[in-house]
Write a protein that binds this ligand. Sequence first.
Ligand code: NDP
Length: 278
Amino acid sequence: MAVLIDGKAISKQIKDELRDKVAELKAQGREVTLAVIQVGNDPASSVYVGNKKKACEYIGIRSLAYEMPEETSEEELLQLIDELNGRADVNGILVQLPLPGQIDEDKVIRRIDPAKDVDGFHPQSVGALCIGQPGFVSCTPAGVIQLLKRSGIEIAGKECVVIGRSNIVGKPMALLLLRENGTVTVAHSRTKDLKEVTKRADILIVAVGKPRMITAEYIKEGAVVIDVGIHRDENNKLCGDVDFETVMPRCSAITPVPGGVGPMTIAMLMNNCVESVL
Ligand code: NDP
C-alpha cells in the first residue's frame, strides 16, 4: 500500500518553523517584509496573492500589496520595482505572473534585485543553482525536495525522472535532484517512448501539465511519484497530471492533488522570504 505524502501537514510544519524564526528575528528588532505586486485582476492570480498574504500573516511576515490596473505600462511597473529594490525595509519582491500582454515578463524578472528575488526566477538565481552556489530556488521544485526529505525518502543514487522542462518547474527540479545526488533524466514532449523512460524511475516527478496523463503503465512497481500538476476536471474537481487511482497501487509513496505539492509552493516562498534577511 502506497504511503500518502501529506503536503498539507509538511507545509504546516515548515510554516511553524518559520514562524518561530520570524519571532526570533523580531526579538532582535529585525522585520521580514515581502512586497507583492499584482497587475490587473485575473481571478486565479487574486486567489494566489490572497493565499500568499494569509501565509505572511500566519508566519509574522509584513506584506505590502501593490495592486496595479490592467493597463499599467511596463515602464510604470519597472519604476515600482526600482523603488522597491532601493528600499532597505523591503526584503523580498514578488511580481505575480502572468502579466498583461503589453509587459515583457522577462524584462520584469530581470529588473528585480537578485537579493530580493524570492520567487527564484531571476537568471542570476537560476545560474547560481546551476553551478551550485547559494541563491533563491524556485519554490515549487524546492517544495518537492522538502516533501521527499521530510518523508524520509533518500534521493542520492536513485534513478530520478522529471517529466517537463519548464523554467519554473522541470529544469530547476532536475538541478535540485542532481544537487541531492540523484541520477537524473529529464523527459519532455520530444522524448521517444516516454513509458520506457519513466519505468526506470525510482522517483518520478510529473510536471507535464496534462490532466491525469500518467497512468499505471508509466510506473515502476514501488516507485515514489510526485505530482506537480494541478487542473480542474470535467466535474470541476481538482486533479493532477497523474491518474491517482490507477497509479497509487503501484507505488511506494505518492502525493495527492490537492494536498500534495500545492501547499509546499507557498511554504517555500515564505522560506525564501525569511532567508532573504538571514
Ligand atoms: P509547462 O506547460 O510550462 O511545461 C510542461 C512540460 O511538459 C514541457 O516541458 C513539455 O515539453 C512537457 N510535455 C508536454 N506534453 C508532454 C508529453 N505528451 N510528453 C512528455 N512531456 C510533455 O508547465 P509547468 O512546468 O509550468 O507546469 C506543469 C504543471 O504543474 C501544470 O499542471 C501546472 O499547473 C502545475 N504547476 C503547479 C504548481 C504548484 O504549485 N503545484 C506550480 C507550477 C506549476 P516541451 O518543453 O517539449 O514543450
